[in-house]
Ligand binder design. Structure first.
Ligand SMILES: [Zn+2]
Length: 235
């Protein structure tokens, strides 16, 4: 569970301070230039009325495989963004994923999780580092990401531990990642559609321009959060 009171003023973790990405560090970076542009603050959604109830996916359902790319340098940013390979979601999202895993297993597959809850500060770092022409693939921190609400999941399939070929690599910021892409191998397109069918059947909404991204249908009920991944107390 996340304490609601923490949302506005998070205690800085030692690691966040070392990274210089805690609230103070961010202000210092943004406010330190000569023009003194106002620091962007984390948005809050007045429609979000549900209390966060985060669960750790690895503990919730050990059948789920994790490949948390942002905890390694093997991601589009080329550096480690998460201090630990952890996947956290709101409880109904985890329950639905577990049902998708059961569907996948019945067909001889399993789910491979790339990312789940993402602290708002990481969304901002990604936005700042992404050229404007590529920003259709990253969430605008001014409105926040559904990942910040613990309601989005980036995932693929594996078969016997081997990652299944999909229409593009994860975080491939090109039209090859679009669900409308028909230029990929037929097996890759079929695998992507199979995953999509299972996810939609359990209450997820696919994102049109990223085959790996799904939103929980009721994402709007949950608040945008900035609790560092290592500080989340998940059930
Ligand atoms: Zn995503």
């Amino acid at each position: 569970m996340i304490d609601h009171r923490l949302h506005g003023a998070l205690p800085l973790s030692r690691r966040a301070m070392l990274y210089g990405i805690g609230a103070g560090g961010l202000t210092a970076v943004l406010g330190g230039c000569a023009t003194r542009a106002p620091a962007l603050r984390m948005p809050s959604d007045p429609a979000a009325n549900a209390a966060p109830d985060l669960v750790d996916l690895a503990r919730f359902d050990p059948r789920l495989r994790l490949d948390i790319r942002y905890a390694t340098p093997a991601n589009f940013m080329g550096r480690v963004l998460y201090p630990l390979p952890r996947a956290v979601t709101q409880r109904p999202v985890a329950e639905a994923l577990s049902r998708v895993q059961t569907r996948a297993e019945a067909a001889g597959y399993g789910l491979l999780i790339f990312d789940a809850y993402r602290p708002w500060r990481i969304t901002k770092m990604m936005w700042d580092a992404t050229p404007p022409a590529k920003r259709e693939f990253v969430a605008d921190p001014a409105s926040g990401s559904r990942h910040n609400r613990g309601c989005s999941i980036d995932l693929s399939l594996h078969r016997g531990g081997i990652e299944v070929e999909m229409p593009s690599p994860y975080d491939d910021f090109t039209p090859a990642a679009y669900r409308s892409n028909t230029a990929a191998p037929a097996e890759a397109l079929a695998a992507s559609r199979m995953l999509e069918d299972w996810m939609v059947a359990e209450g997820f909404v696919p994102l049109a321009n990223e085959w790996w991204h799904y939103d929980w249908a009721e994402w709007r009920r949950y608040p945008i959060m900035d609790v560092p991944l290592e500080a989340v107390t998940a059930g």
